[in-house]
Design a protein around this ligand. Structure first.
Ligand code: HEM
Length: 110
């Protein structure tokens, strides 16, 4: 089963918009990586004020390969100049194994 890697970002209130815009401008950054399965940027509404960057991978090796290569490119500041100050004040990675999953049935005829 897949492995889930969640990057937990602490973001000051006044930096939220900047963070979301930076993610929006990096749409497409992981889609073509080998073993990539899913990405969601989760904005906190209740219970926490931390953003979650949810990613799911075929296995640990696929995640590690992304981290060592494409991840570095997709985390560069734009334009190659001086790196802009991060919108997040801290980041930590959580790792999970997917134990069970469910999805609605595919629509008739699909
Ligand atoms: C679990 C996988 C990931 C890890 C370990 C990771 C790592 C990090 C870290 C350490 C930061 C905060 C420091 C910084 O700003 O550079 C960050 C922010 C960011 N990451 Fe990731 N990331 C992951 C997934 C992704 C994905 C899939 C994307 C693109 C779709 C992405 C794009 C960004 C952007 C746009 C920021 C905001 C930079 C800011 O704070 O302004 N990250 N990531």
């Amino acid at each position: 089963m897949s492995v889930v890697k969640i990057n937990v970002l602490t973001v000051p209130a006044e930096q939220r918009e900047t963070l979301e815009q930076r993610f929006a401008s990096r749409a497409g950054a992981v889609e073509n990586s080998d073993g990539f399965e899913w990405f969601e940027l989760l904005r906190p509404v209740e219970g926490t004020d931390q953003y979650l960057v949810y990613t799911r991978w075929r296995d640990e090796a696929a995640f590690q390969a992304w981290m060592e290569g494409p991840m570095k490119a997709s985390h560069q500041g734009q334009g190659g100049g001086e790196r802009p100050k991060p919108a997040s004040s801290s980041a930590a990675v959580w790792t999970f194994e997917v134990v069970q999953q469910a999805a609605p049935p595919a629509p008739e005829g699909a």
